[in-house]
Each structure stands twice: as C-alpha cells, then as structure tokens.
Unconditional design. Sequence first.
Length: 525
Amino acid sequence: MAHRILVGGRWRDPRDPVGSFTANDPDTGTPIPGEYPISSWLDLEDALAAGAEASLPLAEAGPERIAAYLEAAAAGLEQRAEELVEMARLETGLPAESRLRSSELPRTTGQLRQAAAACRERTWTRATIDTKLDIRSKLGPLGGPVAVFGPSNFPFAFNAVGGGDFAAALAAGNPVIAKTNPQSPGTTRIMAEAAFEALAGCGLPAASVQLVYHFSLEDARKLVSHPLIGATSFTGGRIAGLALKEATDRAGKPIYLEMSSANPVFVLPGALRERGREVAAELFASCTVGAGQFCTKPGLVIYQAGPWDQEFVASIEAAFEGAPADVVLGRGVIKGLEAGVERLRRLGAGLVAGRGQAEEPGFRFRPALFRVPAVQFLKDAAAFQVETFGALSLLVAAADLAEMSSIAAALEGQLTATVFSARDGSDETAYRILEPTLRRKAGRLLNDKMPTGVAVSPAMNHGGPFPATGHPGFTSVGIPAALTRFAALHCYDGVRPDRLPVELRNENPTGRMWRLIDGEWTRRP
C-alpha cells in the first residue's frame, strides 16, 4: 500500500495513480521500505482547487497568525528531529553528524523563524505612501497557491515542505503545493506531517499545506501554467527547469528557477606565490564537501600558469588522487558524473587525478579532476562550463591575464564567482580588470573564500543571471528578500482610510515597520 498524499486538508489515497516508486539507500543501492504514489492529473487538479480556495482566507488571516504558524512548524520539526535525521540519512547517505542534525536542521528551523519575524514586522511589504496624490501600494499575496519543487541535496533546508521556499511563500501569505524529490519522499512526508499538525492551532486553512509526491513532466507543465496557480519555485536540473519555464512563460505565470552553475574560481598569480598550497586545500574541500553535491561547488578553477603554479597544482592533484569514493544521492548522480567525465574527455581535457568510478557497493564516485589549457577551453567555452553535479572539477591553465579575461567574458550566468588574490596587493591590477566582467556574470562575488557556504543572511544572494536561475533580480536564500518572489504589488488610489490594509493606513501598525512616505523611509505615522 502506497503512502497517502496530503490534498484538500486531509491525508488521503491518490485518485487513479499512474504508478508508484520507492527511494533507494545510496550507501547500499537497495530500496528503502515504503511505496509512494505517482499521481495523475486528478490529484493536481484537486490540489489546485483546494489551494485556490484557501488563498483568500489565508491572506485574510494576517501576519500575526501566519508568523505564529511558521514558528509552530519550526517547533514541530524540532520535536521530530531524531526521526527526521534518521530518515534523511537513510535516503540521502548524508552524515547525521554534523551535517543533518547539527547544521542543516537548525538552519531550516532558523529560516522558518526568520520568515515569521519578517512576516510579523512587515517591512518586507515595501509599503509606499504618496500623501499628496493619496496613492498607496504594498506587496501582498498572489491570490493562488505556490508550487514548490524541492531538490535532493538539501533534504531539510530546501525541502518543498519546511524549506526556504516554503517559508517564504507562506510568510508572503500564499498556500503551498509541495512536490517532493523522489530521492527523499520519506523525509518530506515527516516534514509535511509536522507542518500540517501545526496548522490546527493557528487558525489557518487546512489546505495551506499540500503534498503530492511525484507526477509526470507533462502534468508538471500543466500545473505551473494553470490559471489557478500563483507562482512556482524549482530547484533542479536545467532540462526540467527550462521545460517548466517554457510552460509558465506561455501562460504568463511567474516561476523562480535555480538550474545550474559552474561557480568559477580565479586564482591570481600573487595568491599562488603567497599561499598556493593553502588555496589548493581550501579548493579541494569546497569541491568535495557533500560529495560535490552543492549547487555552489567550484566546477571551474582558472589559474595563470607560470613560476608560481607548481605547488598549487601538485597539491590539489594529490588531494584528488588520494580522496576516497563518496556516497552520492542516487543512480542518476552517477550517470550524470559518468556523462560529465565523457564530455570532458571528448572536449580534449585530460584526467589528472582521481579515478571517477568506484568498486564499492551502493552509489559511489571517486572525486575526479581534469585539466585543460585556456586556448582549448575557449574553443568551446559553453560545453566546458556545463555543470556536473558531484565531485568533478576542471582546472583551466591560462597563459596570461588576457586569457583569464577572455575566460571571464565567455562565462554563462553563474550563482557565484570567486577571486583569490595576493594579500600584499600585487594582484590589484589584475583584480580590477577581472572584477567588472565577473560582477555581471554572477549573483554573488567572493574574495579569498570558497563559495560553498551559503549563509542565511538578509544580505545573501543565492541567485544569479540565466542560466544559473531564471531571473537575476531574486534570491532563494536571504530573508526578507526571498519573500518578494511570491508577492504581487497591490496599489490603492484614493481608497477610503478605513478600507485600506493596515500597513497603508496613517498609523504605523507595528511601530517598527519601515514605510516609504513621500520619498522618505520612516517609522513615523
């Protein structure tokens, strides 16, 4: 018997499912007990109708009740921490400590509480008041449910239920229709149980949170382009992401995508001279953390060949060569890594460290490092910078600064771009030449630190130009900015004071909320 779905305010059997699936234990490669349904369009149609019906009462519930719900959901996840950690460990192969229990779960509950605080404080709504013309506007709910497609590599923090997009969509006043990643259905089910239980004491509509495990790409396209949908968030591969984007663009529906990024790291000559071995150690750690399954993993490393590169290159090659095989999330990751190895070989890159294939049981891959001269990279830059999910990276040896600049100019849109430079200032001229190009190519520009740490900070941008994401103006990490993806601009022209939302009335509703009144950001009435 397959697990039930959460649709229309209750756990129920799917209607006319088209099949079922099981998750696999990456450590052994064997199925994990528990069957999950593959829903037909009937279930999605029901979820859309229920989500649309819940939209108005959820919006009218107000920030205080929504914030209380998000805090209750965070507490519910903490109460089931041991169960969640064990299920996530089994489904993903990620270590319980320190990754899941001490790092990712607190980050997830922290995101929920940050979203609650932003919801309660209300500055995120960007309330704007023109007293002379009596025109007032603010961001508010979309008027329809938000579909959230969760990835596999962060089973808590980016989960379709309880993760960052879930928190942002709810905080903005929208119901959520969650689709689990097939790698972690059990983890998502437990999180959905906790999230649904938290609804009961907060007075929110029962269909504010819904869960459907899996469905076809054709039905996904219908879902994200349906007249009742408010918006969609998707974290995953470029092929599926572009298919959804095509459908939403045709229907005029917003979608926020995180799809692919090579996250280039430029190591300038002075940094090689000063601390080549140190940079190599940091780079190896960043390339292989989480088995290389971070969306900000450095897939491209560009350095200037010359008198100072030997220690750097030898150190990173030795680190890759001695690395043990990593457990990866699933068979699909192995196939993608094997395809990446073949693609780099076909393009003329040479394997310089690591064997790639692993003999041990389960889903394992030995970190691999390739190298290519810049002149060869520039012959087909687009093919060389295709993201490979996992511990596979490419060294690009540039002859001089001009070649490094050409590589920077040939980059696609990226989540991150990093520059390591000399502490004594000897790389300043080179940095000033590279920086303007890299600034346009990446959402987050880093100096002298690796990109794999994505802090949950209000200033964080986890986004970037296409094809890293679908829109360069938004972030999926960082509150309150992340909330604005799931909001519409509501304008009131000459509306009577007692009919206005409280955020746009003359009195400041919280006393702490910042509003733009006649061109001045202020907390005054």
